[in-house]
Design a protein around this ligand. Sequence first.
Ligand SMILES: *Cc1c(COP(=O)(O)O)cnc(C)c1O
Length: 554
Amino acid sequence: MKSSPKATSGTLHHGKKDLVADWERLFKVFIRPEEDACRETLIKYMEQILFGLNDFLKKHVGITESASLKDLASRFAGTVINDEPVTKLSDVITCLINDLAPHAVNVASPYFVGHMTSAIPFFMVHLKTIVSALNQNVVKLETSKVVSILEKQVIAKIHRMVYAKSDAFYLEHVQNTDSSLGVFTEGGTTANLTALWVARNSAFPPKAEFVGIEADGLSAAFRAHDIDQCVILVSRLGHYSLKKAAGILGLGNNAVVPIDTDADFRIDITALKKAISGIREKSPKIHIMAVVGIAGATETGTVDPLAEMADICKTYGIHFHVDAAWGGPTLLSAKNRHLLSGIENADSVTIDGHKQFYMPMSCGMVYFNDPRHLDVIAYYSHYVNRRGSVDLGIKSLSGSREANSLILDGALKIMGKKGYSLLIDHGIETAALFAAEIEKRPDFQLVTRPVLNILTYRYCPEHLQKQLAAASSDERKKINKRINGANLNLQRLQREAGKSFVSRTTLRADHGHEDDIVVLRCVIMNPMTTISILGDILDEQEEIAKKRLPVCGL
Ligand SMILES: *Cc1c(COP(=O)(O)O)cnc(C)c1O
């Protein structure tokens, strides 16, 4: 479309007096600038975004004391929307880079090893920009066309990574409008919700006088199937999103039954079997809706014995879901994919794009062994999402949705399995080196040995380790309490110093004793995080402990 000459005149530069909203200026923000000066300005802004933002705070890693949360909150207390424009694009960008970014968190620092959010490759910013510029809506073909078709292809690629079915299987299903090998979601939370939604609806199929749970609701479903209660079994380390899902699905979050873990923080298979037979003996009216295996527990990075769990679920006809939000991409590594073996027998699998696929926020996915399994959550409408169409919105919790598949597809092409393997293997190997370093230092205790790239440990001076070993149960509790307090403070003091960041959590780590143990948690996904940097982090912790923790009673 040719724009009106009036609309193309002038530039994007305005003085303060030009900050008004009118049609002439409104047009300008929608059309492509044709003047060289204007184009250069826009390009310059992109440079600022790419490099200015990247430099934004090499200095501070954690939340720093220089601006307290209270202070920041008071700066962001105005709630009135301005009538007239108050800033132009260049000022907004400058303000974001100079004023806001320094108080954000430098998740890209190699010293930021506390969470599952980290540096992303530069090209992700380009791919994300293209997604915005194209602005496709993959809820339906009419607003995305080839992008929906590409999404089906990318989904099939990741499905193949998980389930490794035959060439013939993928040829049949990759572009089949009736098949859904998986679906993109906002994140792991909604991926888990989708999987359990599918499991719930499959558990209550239509019967005489009962159309289905999605239409008739939970109490009709329970009546029709003579069920009183549904439960979901997962180890104590299950992500809290499973509880959310149980709540949303009307089961009540108490439906998520925690199963004990073994000494390696994997679900205790004997305990799982006991729980299943216990529930079955208790009442035929309690339905075990799903068993969830974890492939990379959020707190410890540990992986459940997936193959054994799959066998158990097969025996009892229970939906087996694997939460591989964190660990899924490990399957790309020839060296380490065996850690997830058995995942191919899951009915459904959650994988996050914004974790170990190193995609920008936010992207989750859920995959299904059976290409028709998602049919139980299909919604049709007259104006979009018609029966038999490619419309991806038919079997999706989301409505309108960005084309994240473009980013993942681009990344897979740029990185290849080998590129991703380098990242994954680096994390796993560095975590193992770090564990060895922790064990070498007398004042630290490794609490969870890394399987993938997450480990937990605590500061516990040698003399207290000796006391603990000889202590009675009461004494032990007291000592652990003191050590917990010290680790809590240690983590906070290090974060406040702003040089490095590890997170903390509380585990029941003292096997057989049930003492709660506060642990420091390290997630190693940044390829720039080396063992020497991790050594620095331990040095700093030792220094903080020696200088500042005597006040905590250590
Ligand atoms: C991160 C994570 C989730 C939740 O994913 P979000 O993307 O944060 O919604 C669920 N399960 C596991 C194991 C995770 O690590």
